[in-house]
Design a protein around this ligand. Structure first.
Ligand SMILES: Nc1ncnc2c1ncn2[C@@H]1O[C@H](COP(=O)(O)OP(=O)(O)OP(=O)(O)O)[C@@H](O)[C@H]1O
Ligand SMILES: [Mg+2]
Length: 274
């Protein structure tokens, strides 16, 4: 891993994220029921809970993919619930998906360049006309992509089509693509799902490195409790769309309602218990 990776542009500490009374209803189903939590600037905040608890729905509201039925999400001065996904991304909120959402036939470099798109000024027309300004901009973005690739340990893979890489490496490409947006808040939906022990450890180290070298806030959905307890400064627990606990990992881990929610879930589906 490179130690030269530095934040680009917005170096001030990220704004606080305040989720207040957010409700999401789908026909007949309340996926989120007036939930709230606060992500402090520069912290790692985990959202955990059994399958179907509403974690991904919460991410989809924060990134503008789903519209909240009620409630507010403030990122500093901005109210996110009224904004389209690209406007939220432009404020520096980047995400990864529970299921990999990369272009498998494109190289790692091209996937990462797509992540820089919101920062591209010249646009497609200038680039297509090969104007000098567009060429210069493309070169700068290319250099930044190389830096970020080195930081996440992908320097030797830039030319490889993503679909040919092992699953664990693809998950790192997803993280790198999110970093290419120069985020101030990073939303990671199950970054180690489906990984083996070694890959999990590497990803955990990478998340720590991102936080330490960039100072950005990270909101993490994860089923791996060991990882949550090691990485998170604060944990919010959801169950059937309700917030059942919120606090430092050590307290949340011993909360009777949390234990009950997880034991119930384990009885039904064999999911990991805390
Ligand atoms: N677009 C949608 N339309 C209808 N129902 C939905 C939609 N998205 C999610 N749901 C429902 O909302 C509930 C919460 O789902 P969500 O995906 O947020 O859970 P989760 O906590 O991420 O679960 P998992 O741990 O399995 O990923 C579930 O009952 C799910 O079926
Ligand atoms: Mg989910």
């Amino acid at each position: 891993m490179s130690d030269t990776y530095q934040p680009d542009g917005m170096t001030a500490s990220p704004p606080r994220l305040e989720v207040r009374d957010v409700t999401v209803r789908f026909a007949g189903l309340t996926a989120l029921d007036a939930i709230g939590f606060t992500v402090e600037p520069g912290s790692v905040h985990a959202v955990i809970g059994p399958n179907g608890a509403g974690k991904s729905t919460c991410f989809n509201v924060l990134s503008g993919v789903y519209r909240a039925t009620a409630g507010s999400v403030r990122f500093g001065e901005a109210e996110l619930t009224a904004l389209a996904p690209h406007r939220i991304a432009a404020l520096g909120v980047a995400r990864t998906f529970q299921n990999i959402a990369l272009s498998p036939r494109l190289s790692v470099r091209d996937n990462l360049m797509l992540g820089r798109h919101r920062l591209t000024r010249a646009g497609f027309v200038a680039a297509g006309l090969r104007l000098p300004s567009a060429r210069r901009e493309a070169r700068l973005h290319g250099e930044r992509v190389s830096e970020i690739a080195a930081f996440v340990g992908l320097a030797g893979r830039l030319a490889t089509p993503v679909g040919l890489l092992p699953y664990g490496v693809q998950k790192r490409v997803e993280l790198a693509r999110a970093l290419c947006m120069e985020p101030r808040l990073l939303l990671l939906d199950e970054p180690v799902a489906g990984m083996n022990g070694g890959e999990r450890r590497e990803m955990a180290e990478l998340i720590v490195a991102v936080r330490e070298s960039l100072g950005i806030s990270i909101l993490l959905v994860e089923h791996d409790m060991g990882m949550v307890m090691r990485l998170a400064d604060a944990v919010t627990v959801l169950d059937f769309g309700r917030r059942i606990a919120d606090g430092p990992p050590s307290e949340v881990q011993d909360d009777p309602e949390v234990i009950r929610a997880y034991l119930g879930a384990a009885g039904e589906s064999g999911e990991a218990t805390p």
